[in-house]
Write a protein that binds this ligand. Structure first.
Ligand code: HEC
Ligand code: HEC
Length: 189
């Protein structure tokens, strides 16, 4: 090979490497978490859908929606649901008085649809944010706390909201698994 050709080859390889490096940065940037304002368009488990699975299990609906919002199973990991259901006679300050069969049915349903198996991007982010912890509240997970950090405590205390745990008060389509920003409306009182 002539010297001139070697130089040309070097130049070509250099340009190729430079191109690859730049495109790696550009695409990596697209994957960045951003500020929670990104669109959710990719498919697949835990990474794309801007929808959480809508809870459709009858036992779960009957036994778990009379006191509060029916939480998407994919907003907590399997181990959290196990601890919560095992302690259903001391559920925060309530005794849920569930018979064993019903309790087992609900637990199986929650496990089948837990954060590890959720379809929304939020499930993946919640899971990542908790590390090896076993939170008993969705509202205590770092990702959910981070997303709501700008909301003042007083806002949660408004009459039509009551507490942070009352997701449906602000997430108008939360019951349909939609927690996207454009369907959020914070009640004024
Ligand atoms: C008798 C009323 C009652 C029923 C029925 C009930 N819960 Fe609860 N639940 C509570 C209370 C009270 C809290 C604590 C809320 C708070 O701190 O503001 C709570 C909180 C929770 C939370 C944490 C919410 C958060 O802040 O992230 C989860 C998860 C939960 N319940 C799951 C369930 C499941 C699963 C069932 C059905 C097996 C169920 N609950 C049925 C009363 C109830
Ligand atoms: C007082 C109103 C209010 C309550 C109650 C509330 N949220 Fe939110 N939530 C918001 C607001 C406002 C944002 C948007 C924050 C931002 O992007 O600036 C948000 C953001 C989110 C996001 C991220 C959406 C995205 O992709 O950007 C998720 C997921 C979420 N909330 C879940 C929940 C869950 C689950 C509950 C109940 C346990 C809950 N929220 C309770 C107001 C509320």
């Amino acid at each position: 090979m002539k010297f001139k050709n070697i130089k040309k080859t070097f130049l070509a390889v250099f340009v190729l490497i430079l191109g690859l490096t730049i495109s790696t940065f550009v695409f990596a940037d697209e994957d960045e978490e951003g500020d929670g304002h990104e669109r959710h368009e990719r498919g697949g488990r835990n990474e794309g859908e801007g929808r959480a699975i809508i809870p459709e299990n009858t036992a779960y609906k009957n036994e778990c929606s009379s006191c509060h919002f029916l939480y998407p199973p994919e907003f907590l990991p399997k181990r959290s649901w196990e601890v919560l259901m095992k302690g259903s006679d001391k559920h925060f300050w309530e005794n849920l008085a569930l018979d064993e069969k019903t309790s087992n049915e609900i637990l199986s349903y929650l496990i089948e649809n837990s954060a590890e198996r959720g379809r929304s991007e939020w499930a993946g982010k919640i899971l990542k944010s908790i590390g090896s912890a076993t939170p008993l509240k969705i509202t205590e997970t770092p990702y959910i706390l981070k997303e709501h950090r700008k909301i003042k405590t007083d806002v949660f205390k408004r009459k039509s909201i009551g507490s942070f745990s009352n997701c449906g008060a602000c997430h108008t389509k939360g019951a349909e698994g939609d927690f996207e920003e454009d369907s959020i409306s914070i009640p004024k009182q």
